[in-house]
Write a protein that binds this ligand. Structure first.
Ligand SMILES: Nc1ncnc2c1ncn2[C@@H]1O[C@H](COP(=O)(O)OP(=O)(O)OP(=O)(O)O)[C@@H](O)[C@H]1O
Length: 320
């Protein structure tokens, strides 16, 4: 504990002690879930407030916050978060990604940032910059784990405490967009994220689904969650919507098609587009490559670019 507090409150840029985080994770994994990082966070806040080392409002420089939600796991939420961030970045925007999918942090790998370390400055944790121009910054629990495939086995209160700490303590600086990748479903973690983010900036949700009725049904629950928490729905994205044969360019609707669009129409929320299954997208994510820059001929490229463009077109007017 003493070591952790030292690393969190010490002056200058000292490296986050990942081994200490991993040790706390190990010690508390599956246990009471109420000690460890959450206690350290409380102590950290107390000391930070007393010493006035931490400026409140680390999110104050962010123009727009977009929460990416999905009813089910594996429908491509992290994929859409990553590609949206890349597309916005290629449109000249400064973008941050906050990965609050604590049990499945896949974005560091998708952006080839695995193994990078989070540093500390006077105003909090410095996110990892994933490109040389420092136009995309990323914060993920993946950076706090000793090994990339280590499991985070925490109970709800502890996860919520870390999400709140991510929201308050990451020094993003000036950003045009913060894309928040959430776990699947509508859990306590979503409430923690929404509650913690609400005071800082206009907020909207982008809901990802696959076209099948079973996934679309889960999206209805997401839309209800948005309504109940007062989150504006920016739009629905249908992912894995058809497979375009690379040889003959014929599109096969493997998981049916159009469920997301129909749901959006019924719910009265915007439909942003249907992203096809695209092997080049899978490959670029596996290899941590920049799909938007490297694969402009791919079938998923025009749809992902159009989704980013719709967000660019409407966010200044509607979210401000
Ligand atoms: N349109 C697509 N074309 C090809 N592959 C895709 C597409 N969308 C997602 N994938 C692949 O599907 C897998 C699951 O995607 P992803 O991790 O983004 O889903 P998720 O909803 O974030 O999952 P989780 O709920 O586990 O966080 C990944 O391997 C990704 O590369």
């Amino acid at each position: 504990m003493a070591q952790m507090l030292f690393t969190l409150t010490g002056g200058g840029r000292s490296e986050w002690k990942r081994t200490e985080a991993a040790r706390l994770n190990e010690r508390d994994g599956g246990g009471s879930g109420s000690i460890g990082i959450s206690w350290a966070a409380a102590a950290y806040w107390f000391i930070a407030c007393v010493c006035k080392h931490i400026e409140p409002g680390n999110l104050a420089g962010i123009q727009h916050i977009i929460l990416v939600l999905s009813g089910k796991g594996g429908v491509g939420k992290s994929t859409i978060s990553t590609e949206l961030a890349l597309a916005l970045r290629h449109a000249g925007k400064k973008v941050g990604i906050l990965d609050v999918d604590l049990c499945g942090p896949s974005i560091p790998r998708m952006l080839r940032a695995e193994g990078k370390a989070v540093h500390q400055c006077d105003s909090g944790w410095v996110p990892v910059f994933v490109d040389q121009e420092q136009s995309i910054s990323l914060m993920s629990v993946g950076f706090l784990l000793e090994k990339p495939d280590e499991a985070v086995v925490w109970r709800g209160p502890k996860k919520n405490a870390l999400i709140k700490q991510f929201v308050s303590d990451v020094a993003w600086g000036q950003l045009d967009y913060l894309v928040v990748d959430t776990p699947p479903g509508t859990s306590d973690e979503h409430m923690a994220a929404v509650d913690a983010l609400r005071p800082y900036s206009p907020l909207g949700a982008l809901v990802v689904t696959t076209p099948q009725a079973v996934s679309v049904g889960d999206v209805r629950r997401e839309l209800t969650f948005c309504r109940k928490t007062g989150l504006r729905v920016i739009g629905v994205v249908e992912n894995m919507s058809g497979f375009v044969c690379p040889h003959c360019t014929e599109c096969t609707n493997i998981f049916s098609r159009g469920g997301g669009e129909e749901l959006a129409r019924h719910a009265g929320v915007p439909f942003l587009g249907s992203v096809p299954l695209d092997p080049e997208l899978t490959r670029s994510l596996e290899e941590g490559r920049d799909f938007i820059q490297e694969f402009p001929q791919s079938p998923a490229f025009p749809v992902l670019s159009a989704i980013a463009q719709k967000i660019l077109n409407e966010t200044p007017a509607q979210l401000s």
